[in-house]
Design a protein. Sequence first.
Length: 398
Amino acid sequence: MALYKRGETWWYEFVYAGQRIQESAKTKSKTVAAEAQRIRRRELEQGYTGCIDRRKERVRSLSDLAAEYLGEYALKHRAVTFATYALNHVMRHLGQKMVAEIGDKAVKDYQIARLQEKAAPKSVNEEVGFLLRIMGSSGEVLRAQLRRQKLLKLKVSQQPGKAFSVAEKDRMLAAAAASRSPLILPALALALNAGMRDGEIRHLTWGQVDMDEAVLTVGKSKTAAGEGRTIPLNSEVVSALEKHAQWYTKRFKELRPEWYLFPFGRGTRMNPARPVTTLKTAWATVRTNADVAGRWHDARHTLITELAESGAGDQTIMDIAGHVSRQMLARYSHIRMEAKRDALQDVIERREKVRAKNKEEAELADRAAAANSGMLPAKVPTIGKSKRKTNLKTKDLD
């Protein structure tokens, strides 16, 4: 156990049930902080053993707690889409249960049920994390139990995505051009050439796109670093957006700055004042027709990988992609096997050049040493034409 100060406020730190507890005592008094630490540890012990009276908290349903949590979450975070999505799955399976009914078995059953629904292990881990957070102190105790039993998190693949090859990209763009959906080609072009996230693309308005300057400004984003960033548009994106603008003007008679590039609805019931909710159906068709395996988000991985392979600086890549750290950049940049192989082969070739140079210098040094010792005359390298050719030329002149 330890007490320490941050500024003028005392903090306490201790380990309980294998979990590191580090919290502010919210006081300038060391004595009060020590008492707060003792009370907090006692509270965890009582909660773990069930000795403390938390009947009001433990009989509340998870659906009630989730509603309160999302309300507070929306005030503290820029985006609540994923939190809402994750808790919707939790509520679908456990919403009617009370906090007192949620134990390690309930969490394990939930994990199995979600895996049977083909949910990704990473998504299940996020959902369990939200579940434990809405449970409050009971969730902290349950988290420690799950960690001891090695049930807290499912194993997640270390490969976060893939980078499409040039051939795969060409097939996807061709399939998108032939698609019945007028939205998928410009959206795919933006994903592959601007590295924009799905939500950033779907909520893009014409007012954010400057076709004359060939640049767009990202609006609301998942991260603060992503919001408001400007992305230059290369020729492939410009071509796709020009064709899309022609279709858009024909369909809606005009382009208003506040209208979305990818309008809601389909056919004759499109509403440009609302953004499309999803491109999954059109993307699935394109992926099937192009005979390509991968996710929509892998288009973003692809661009970041290509930028890294091209030698673009980290800051340039982060400015385009909207990353906030080099750790995130490393996670998304998948340097392809060919690039890795070429880099390693370059090392071999450089070594061979150094060896050849060293050998040549050693031979010259040996000759110089032998000449100095009188063993053989020094051989002076000739420059330009050979001696034989020089003699012939002299003879001809005579």
